[in-house]
Design a protein around this ligand. Sequence first.
Ligand SMILES: [Zn+2]
Length: 350
Amino acid sequence: MSKRYAGIAWTETGYRVEVLDDTGRHVAEPSSWSGGQVGELIAWLGGLGDGPAPAVVLDSTNGLLDGPMTAAGLEVYRADPWLLPPRPRFGSVPAGQLAEQARTAPGAPARVTAEGGTLTGRAEEYFDGVRRGEPARAALTEAGGCFDHGRRDDRRVALTFDDGPDPVYTRQVVEILERYGARATFFCVGHHVAALPDEVRRIASYGHELGNHSWSHPFLPDLTPAELREQLDRTAEELDRVTGAVPTWFRPPYGALTPEVLAALEGHPTTLAMWDVDARDWSRPGPEQIAATVLEGAGPGSVVLMHEGAGDRAQTVQALPSIIEGLLERGLELVTVGELAAMAGPTAGA
Ligand SMILES: [Zn+2]
């Protein structure tokens, strides 16, 4: 059985898929999927003809598929910009070009693993960029344009859930929070907001806060300033269309705040929402480990990073009751990022 490659592009309306065999022939008709149909897409790839599922090829402007696909056992590759032709201002490189790139130069795209996450192979570049961005980020925090934790004498904590909404996990997270009377902040991606507006309304209807987490979860340093603003503005518009409110917070995917990204965001009417406790739940270390990481790290004023979408989040859901009970037992109240920031100072009202 020859090797097959499924190029998956994201577009304004969802995903576009083209599957090629190693001679460049289409194995299936090109197909389209909504941002809420990732489970169906994975099942379709797995059932495509005889033999193993095709290798999946994404570009670095798509951070939404490698999590669920590696969790499902698919072979996933990321083609970085230097391997690809230019992309549209809003959208990834077309699906056929992604599949063709991997087919003609199979060693070039990076194999993305569940352990390494979306940026497998680019960790050094990522950390170097974040380090270079630290002075500008500190200045922005001082000026009230970036928030990563509240006051340490404020006995409140903000739980945050990224990458949703999700057709399965959003309602589970919302239900657990409701059981404890807790409020949280959900940083949604526009691609999922457009596909699952009812899940977004569910979040809002329980009094939780919604934030902007870009449209397609790109590695921001790979975008032009115009592409970056497009990601923010389209997501804000979509959230406004669905909920009637424009989000005031933006959480950058991977927290990838390089000097270039910070410069591109200058003057944009949004406040950056970072965190001081990372649950590392995306690596699926087990619910006990996720709860332990949060309870060891969190204290008064903490902002806790967790995930409710773009992957198998069953462990996060399982860990959540222990996390909430542990924090409540210490007399900490669970609030939104906006509520935590309002007491902290310069970002009040942001
Ligand atoms: Zn994210």
